[in-house]
Ligand binder design. Structure first.
Ligand code: FES
Length: 105
């Protein structure tokens, strides 16, 4: 599936990931600036933070559990905030649009 990650400055990146891979892994592999993934996907750094596009909020679940707790440390958290290491790529996410925060810190 191919996803679109939009940087804070509006630059769009098309990222193709494997099913079962996290969005963070796919974004890091594609060297998308703005996704840091400092903890390697262990849900313990909040530097893989992104916002789910308005059009996609019905299809993508809100953060819960450990992810929601970790988002407390993310900069400018919103209702649409997710940690992309906890967002697993599936067929259903084909075309997903995510927006990156201005900064991960
Ligand atoms: Fe650290 Fe997602 S990569 S919380």
């Amino acid at each position: 599936p191919t996803l679109t990650l939009v940087e804070h400055n509006g630059t769009e990146h098309q990222v193709t990931g494997e099913i079962g891979q996290s969005v963070m892994q796919a974004a890091m592999f594609a060297s998308v600036p703005g996704i840091q993934g400092d903890c390697g996907g262990a849900c313990s750094c909040a530097t893989c933070h992104a916002y789910v596009d308005d059009q996609w909020q019905a299809q993508v679940a809100e953060a819960e559990g450990a992810e929601a707790d970790m988002l407390e440390y993310a900069s400018e958290r919103r209702a649409s905030s997710r940690l992309t290491c906890q967002l697993v790529i599936s067929e259903a996410l084909e075309g997903l649009v995510l927006h990156l925060p201005e900064s991960q810190y």
